[in-house]
Design a protein around this ligand. Structure first.
Ligand code: G6Q
Length: 557
């Protein structure tokens, strides 16, 4: 292990992306296929819609509505091989320090590894530790959910508020919303992330401190927003409970890797749920960061979610690339971003419970692959991470879909749907599914001027009513949104992100891009709060914005 660790901090040399044979071949191939319409591709192959599909681990993917043919797939798979994807997958799963800029292993897959398996980091099998924390979380959750855990005044806990931001918030919020149907409805869950005091104020306006449990979720336990909110929550709790410091132990728990800071804050480490530096923030919803999720859905459902993650991990690790869902989805993203120049990618879950899924994916994809240098530190010479965005269907159809259908941007879309409704109401679910199929069909095949004319449209109006089509999409269908299904879906995207990062030869697991703003804010805070007029040495714009704010603001009491 030690030898592997040593070599892993330096990236293994690889032929630059644009010099790889498959890349060059894809460039030539692109010129031919770019002009081919999906109408023709489907016309030439009546079985295309059945052939270009893949089913694994309970996920069905229809990728027939992509601007590809068999040669495209062959070349993309060749690109994966030339990019040493297999080797990189093995390196990640075996605990190599593939996050080279932070010298860390990348082992979210260990968080869902079954008891008894072994993944070694720095000479230690990390799996038993993962299960010890899961067991500790389960016993805590059972106590809170049953009412055995009492607040300081003896009242049972009815409100649970998670404080965290970024990876310590987006996963928990998304999972809570996604799995609400499975949640304990007698408990109220809230999530405070923003340093904007409104987030805190709205979360506490109608809850009783005596019945409120705070989870301070922070890997580092130093994040400005989280620690500011945590201290405000602490003051609010003490004020509401008569100022007794002992109350903190009953109303605060922590999820962190930083025991020293947790203790300093006043939380007993017995009430701290640990995770590790080999879990990236945006890959942590299945670690102790998911404590709020487990409190909401219960330990059994949480374990079912982990099993879903693990099933997709195993599929990704072992399936041949041509039958590998995340690999295929990742390669198709490369195809559009780097050859068609598509800058964004839309994600549209036709499932109301997944309303926060696009926001969650934004961090997963954009923080991971929004990078401008390769692992060797040289500037990339291709487009990396696309901008991910989306809203649940059918709402988006009545808003921004216009641009996807008739705008000038090519936006590959992921449509996600479930066969079973969680709330079967009349014909609603059939209508929902009819809409998702219709959108993918309309995007792919559009409507020709001839078709529009045939409908009796006056000539002047025809161009406005033409849909060019040839807009690509994935359709993902799963049986039902369950905790297990959610785990599979998240892992699918995690590994698709990894596939893309491997092709680009970038570090998908660091996030230096969020540092600079944080540092500058720390410099500006004292300048804003200074009682006397501070000497400012920023650019003229920043200087004058600070001065204007100092003049206009009202000092809060
Ligand atoms: C995620 C990022 C980032 C992080 C937050 C919160 O991959 O690292 O979003 O999760 O900045 O950090 P803490 O958990 O340390 O408070």
């Amino acid at each position: 292990m030690a030898a592997r660790t040593k070599s892993a901090v330096k990236a293994k040399a690889i032929t630059p992306l644009t010099k790889r044979k498959a890349w060059k071949a894809l460039g030539i191939h692109y010129k031919k296929i770019a002009k081919v319409h999906l109408r023709k591709l489907f016309g030439d192959d009546p079985k295309r819609g059945e052939r270009l599909t893949l089913e694994a681990a309970g996920i069905f993917l229809d990728y027939s509505k992509h601007r590809i043919n068999d040669q495209t797939i062959k070349l993309l798979l060749q690109l994966a091989d030339e990019s040493r994807l297999r080797e990189r997958i093995d390196a990640m799963f075996s605990g190599e320090k593939i996050n080279i800029t932070e010298k860390r292993a990348v082992l979210h897959v260990a968080l869902r590894a079954p008891k008894g398996s072994s993944i070694v980091v720095d000479g230690e099998n990390v799996v038993p530790g993962v299960h010890a924390v899961l067991d500790k979380m389960a016993s805590f959750c059972d106590r809170v959910r049953s009412g055995a855990w009492k607040g300081h005044t003896g009242k049972r806990i009815r409100n649970i508020i998670n404080i965290g931001i970024g990876g310590s918030d987006l996963g928990p919020v998304m999972a809570y919303e996604a799995l609400k149907q499975y949640s304990e409805r007698a408990l109220t869950f809230r999530f405070v992330s923003n340093v904007d005091g409104t987030d805190f104020a709205e979360a506490v306006r109608d809850v009783d401190p005596a019945e409120t449990l705070w989870i301070v979720s922070s890997k580092t336990f130093t994040t400005l927003e989280t620690m500011t909110n945590a201290h405000t929550a602490r003051d609010w709790t003490l004020k509401g409970l008569g100022g007794d410091e002992k109350s903190i132990a009953k109303h605060f728990v922590a999820v962190s890797t930083n025991a020293a800071e947790v203790t300093k804050f006043g939380i007993d480490t017995a009430n701290m749920f640990e995770f590790w530096d080999w879990v990236g923030g945006r890959y942590s919803m299945d670690s102790a960061i998911g404590l709020s999720t487990m409190l909401a859905i219960g330990p059994d459902n949480f374990r079912a979610m982990l099993s879903g993650f693990h099933q997709m991990d195993e599929h990704f690790r072992t399936a041949p690339f041509q039958q590998n869902l995340p690999v295929l989805m990742g390669l198709l993203s490369i195809w559009y971003g780097d050859f068609f120049g598509a800058q964004t990618s839309g994600v549209f879950p036709y499932e109301q419970y997944l309303k926060r899924f696009p926001a969650y994916l934004q961090q997963l994809t954009m923080e991971s692959n929004g990078k401008h240098v390769t692992l060797d530190g040289t500037h990339v010479n291709c487009q990396t991470g696309a901008i991910y965005w989306g809203e649940p269907g059918t709402n988006g159809q009545h808003s921004f879909y216009q641009l996807i259908h008739q705008g000038t941007e090519l936006i590959p879309c992921d449509f996600i749907a479930f066969a079973q409704a969680l709330n079967p109401v009349g014909r609603h679910h059939d209508m929902l599914l009819a809409n998702v199929f219709a959108q993918a069909e309309a995007l792919a095949f559009g409507k020709t001027p001839e078709q529009v004319k045939k409908e009796g449209t006056p000539d002047w109006l025809v161009p406005h009513r033409v849909f060019e089509g040839n807009r690509p999409s994935n359709t993902i269908i799963m049986d039902k949104l369950t905790p297990e299904a959610l785990g599979k879906l998240v892992a699918l995207y995690e590994h698709s992100v990894f596939t893309q990062g491997t092709i680009w030869h970038i570090d998908s697991f660091d996030q230096w891009g969020v540092e600079l703003g944080k540092v500058l804010a720390q410099r500006i805070i004292p300048e804003i709060e200074s009682a006397t007029e501070p000497k400012l040495a920023h650019d003229s714009s920043t200087n004058s914005l600070i001065r204007r704010y100092r003049k206009l603001r009202k000092i809060s009491s």
